[in-house]
Write a protein that binds this ligand. Sequence first.
Ligand SMILES: [Zn+2]
Ligand SMILES: [Zn+2]
Length: 719
Amino acid sequence: MRYIADLHIHSCYSRATSKASRLPGLAAWAAIKGIRVLAAGDFTHPGWLQHLSDNLEPAEPGFFKLRSWNNDEVASCLPPGINPSDLCLADIRFVLSSEISSIYKKDGKVRKIHNILYAPDFDSVRRINKKLAGIGNLESDGRPILGLDAHDLLAITLEEAPDGFFVPAHIWTPWFSLFGSKSGFDAIEECFGDLTGEIFALETGLSSDPDMNRCISALDRFTLISNSDCHSPAKLGREANILATELSFDALQQALRNPVTHEGKKVFTGTIEFYPEEGKYHCDGHRKCRVCMEPDETMRNKGKCPICGRPVTVGVLHRVMDLADRSAPRYKKDAPAVFSLIPLPEVLSELLGVGPASKTVMRSYAHAINTFSSEFNLLLDVPVEDIAAEGSALLAEAVSRMRQGRVIRRPGYDGEFGVIQVFDEDELSRLAGQLELFGTQVRIRKRKKTPIIPHTRKTPKKKAAATLKKNKLNPRQQAAVNSSSNHILVQAGPGTGKTHTLVARLCRRMNRNPDPATVFTFTNKAAAEIRERVRQVPGIPHQSVFISTLHGFCLHFLRKQDPALQVVGPEMRMLFLRKLFPDQSKSALVTMSGQLSNLFANPGDLHTVSPETVQWAKKYSEMIDGRHYIDLEAIISCALAILKSDSPHAEAMRRQTACLYIDEFQDLNALQYQLVLELARSSSIFAIGDPDQAIYGFRGADPRWFFKFIEDLHPEVHT
Ligand SMILES: [Zn+2]
Ligand SMILES: [Zn+2]
C-alpha cells in the first residue's frame, strides 16, 4: 500500500517544543496532513517513554497505534472547524525512534552530530536507554546531548537493537550534523569508520534537497530520506517520505535499504521536500547584519561579511558545492521521485495576505481539510479542476504552479527562514481582486522585503525631512490641484511629487463634494500607498473613494453581476484547453493559450486573427462561462462591454467614476485606454504620468496613449 511517513519528530519533552506534542495531538495532525506512519520520537526520555508505553499498543510487526484517546485533548490541538471524530486516529502508526546529539572530539576537532535511532520494540529501546543512561543524562532533554562518539552510538544501536537501524540526521545543517560546515566531517567514513557500511540512509534536512545531494558521487549508495524534525504537531510533514510497501517495521527498513526491490518493484517511491531555499541555512550570510550571499559572492568576499567584517555563517548550498564532484545532479534509474511543496498554511497565508498561524488562515485551512480530506491529498493528488470546483480557482492555480515547481524563491540564511511564493504581488492582485477564498476575503498584503545591507536605506531623519517637504505644494502643483477644467493631464518626471499632487486634488474635491470618486493605479502597492495617504487626511469620507488597479476596479463591478465569479489564470486556462482539445500536443496548446490571451486582451483585433482561433475562443469561453469563471485577460474587455451597454451595472460604474483620477497614465495599454475613454464620456479625469517613464511593451503598455489622450480629449496640460 502507498503511505506517507514522517520519521523524525520531537515530543513535548524536547526543548522548545509545543505542549501539544503528545501522542493524541501528533496522531491528529498526522491524519490532517495525510501521514500514515509517524516516528514517535524521544524514546530516550524516561517521561516520554512512559507516555509511549501507556498509550501505544502493538499494531503490525514493529508498528504501534494509539490505545485510546480523549477527544477533548485532541480538539484542543486542532484548528477550530476540524472535528476530532472526522479524523481516523486509529489508522495512524508509530515507529519507536529517538534523536541523539553527540558532542565529542575527534581528530583534534570538536564534532557535534545528530543521529536518529529506530527500534522495532520496547525491549530494544530499554536496552539502548540502559546503555546510554550510563553515559549521560537522558532526562534533561527529549533529544539528549551525550559526549559519545557517533561511531560508538552506532555500535551500541547495532548491539542492543540488532533489528533496528540508524540514520544520520539533517546531514548538512552547519552546527549539528555529519557534513555540517562548523563541526562535521568531509566524508562519512571519517565519522563512522569500520561501521560505515551499516548506514544506508541519510536525512537531507530542510535546507537541502535530493538535487543538491546527488551532486556528490560519494552519496550515491545512500537512500535520501526527508522528515519534518518538527517541534509542534502542526509542522508535521514539512518533509516526508512516500512508500509503497506493507505496514511493518521490517518492510519500512527494507524499503529504505533498497528503494527498488530485486524484482524491480519501487517500494520507496518519493520524498516530499521543502524548497531548500526556504531552509534557514540555505545561503551564506549574517542574520544580524542582514547580509545574504550566494556561495560565489562569499568567495569573492573571502568569506567575510561586508558589514561587520567577520566570517559569515556558511550555508548548506556552499557546503554542498564544496564537497560536490558533479556540477549537475545525477540520479539512478528508478530513483524516488521528488515533490517540492509549500506547506498549505503558507500557501493560504500568501493568498489571504495574513500570517500562516492567523485565525483567518486556520479557518480556511480547516475548510480545505474538511473538503479534501488531508493536506497532502490536496497538494499532491486532487485534480486541479476539482480544487477549482470545490475550493477556488486561485488555490487551484497556486497548487498547479507548485506541482510544476513554478514558484518564486528568496533564500534563507544564518538561521533566517527563506520565503517561497507562488505569485508576485501584482499578479496576485490581478488574479484575486477582492476574491473570497472559502468564504474569507482575500486581502493583498504588502510583502515584507528582506532588507539586504541596510545602510542603503534612507535614514529616518532624511525621511522625515522628505515628508515635510512633500506636504507643501509648489505653485505649479497648486495650479493643477486648483484647476477647474474637466480633463487635466499632469506631465511630470520622477521625484516631482506627482502622486502628492493627485492626493491633494482628490482630498480637496472630497472635502467639497463627498460624491463617489475613483483612483486607478498601476500597481496594488501604489493603491495601498494612496489609500494610506488619503486615510491620514482628516475629514475625508473614505468609503466613497474607490482606490484600485484598473483590473481590481473591473473585477469589482463584474462581481456585482456575478458574486461567485473567479479568475482563471494561465495554469487553469491550459487545463481547460487540455480538456477541450485532448488530441492537441502540449506545444500546440501553449500556442493556443497565447493566442487566446492576445485575443482577449485585444478583442478589437477579431478580424486579424485566424477563424480557427476565434473558434477555440468560443469553445473555451462557453466552457468557463458556465462555471462562474472569467479569463484573466478578458476582465477589462468584459467590463468595457458592460460599460457600453445601458444596464444598471454600467450606470453604477459611471456613478463611481464620475470623478476619476489616474496615476501613471503612461503605462496604460490599448484596451485600458479604451475603457478610460469610454468613462470620460461621463467622468472628469485627472491623469498624471510621464511618457519618458513608460514601461514599453509591459502588458502592452505604450506611451502613445498618453499623447492620444491629449488628441482625443484636449485636456488642460500641466507640466
Ligand atoms: Zn537534530
Ligand atoms: Zn556581519
